[in-house]
Design a protein around this ligand. Structure first.
Ligand code: CUA
Length: 318
């Protein structure tokens, strides 16, 4: 599962994103006509009047105002702006007024410096940086997001699925998607939010409905304790890890960092900073700053044996 697509608003797969593409083409169409007219006149003038013998006695015609021309270049742009405004307002209204159906999937997305907490309040699932939703095919099942932030302003954006929505502290915003196509869609934080704004990536995996149910069931199951990794598990609970991280079914219930209950089900570490492999995980725990300067997780100063034990435990969190 490697997200490789280039996120583009011109390749929408979800209802609000279709509308955004339509509107974009409309605006681009109008501005293209303006561009062709202006550039056409400029080029015509350059060619027609660009080359003629210098004649110090010849003075160009002196024009001191023209009501008709001035009215034309005031009224026409004004009308264009009014049209753009009204059409845009209609699209925004159309997207925002959509009422949430009773059976819609609800997800709360919380922006953090620099990762996304993903909560499914009705399903009891908490994860990070990777959103799983069912496809809206025969019977449309939209997903409604509640967007929040715990620190600074972020912006939630998956270009192929919906428009941008700001994540603002002490405010709740809403955005919805209705993806028509199974696949993996990439997104990112779209509001400068500090040092690692660029490494605040998002993945949305759109599943067939039965596959989505299987994902939900797997996420709801607490990880199985494996006797072979007892040392690592004890290390995890005796260190400061549990002050920030939750692993359901253990003493770890910190909420400052990502929930690690099903850590290995996710494809990346540090919100897209590195692929989630045991080697990268070890390097990450050793020093998160090596992947992501400024990451709030400290290097825990563990020795090699401790690192091996801890990572052996973490990779069982599937
Ligand atoms: Cu969060 Cu930019």
């Amino acid at each position: 599962m490697t997200p490789v697509q280039t996120p583009s608003i011109f390749a929408p797969v979800s209802t609000p994103a279709f509308a955004i593409r339509e509107l974009s083409f409309f605006v681009l169409g109008i501005t293209a006509v303006i561009f062709v007219i202006v550039a056409g006149f400029a080029i015509y003038t350059l060619i027609r009047f660009g080359r003629r013998p210098a004649n110090p006695d010849l003075e160009p015609a002196q024009v001191y105002g023209s009501k008709q021309i001035e009215l034309a270049w005031t009224v026409v742009p004004f009308l264009i702006v009014v049209v753009l405004f009204l059409v845009t307002a209609r699209y925004v209204w159309g997207i925002e007024r959509r009422a949430q159906p009773a059976d819609a999937l609800e997800i709360t997305v919380v922006g953090n410096q620099w990762w996304w907490e993903i909560r499914y309040p009705k399903l009891g699932i908490v994860t990070a940086n990777e959103i799983h939703v069912p496809v809206a095919d025969a019977r449309p099942t939209p997903t409604f997001f509640t967007i929040q932030s715990v620190d600074v302003a972020h912006s939630f954006w998956i270009p192929q699925l919906a428009g941008k929505m700001d994540a603002i502290p002490n405010k709740t915003n809403r955005v919805w998607i209705e993806p028509r196509q199974v696949g993996t869609y990439v997104g990112q934080c779209a509001e400068y939010c500090g040092l690692q704004h660029a490494l605040m990536l998002l993945v949305v995996v759109v599943h067939p409905k039965d596959e989505f149910q299987a994902w939900v069931a797997a996420q709801q199951t607490p990880p199985v304790d494996q006797a072979t990794v007892t040392a690592g598990r004890q290390l995890f609970s005796s260190l400061a890890c549990i002050n920030c991280h939750t692993v359901r079914g253990t003493g770890g219930n910190g909420v400052f960092g990502p929930d690690l209950t099903h850590l290995m089900s996710r494809s990346t570490l540090g919100a897209g900073a590195a692929r989630n492999t045991p080697e990268n995980l070890r390097a990450w725990v050793k020093d998160p700053g090596a992947f992501k300067t400024g990451a709030l997780m400290p290097a825990m100063k563990l020795d090699d044996t401790q690192l091996d034990q801890l990572v052996a435990y973490l990779v069982t969190l599937r």
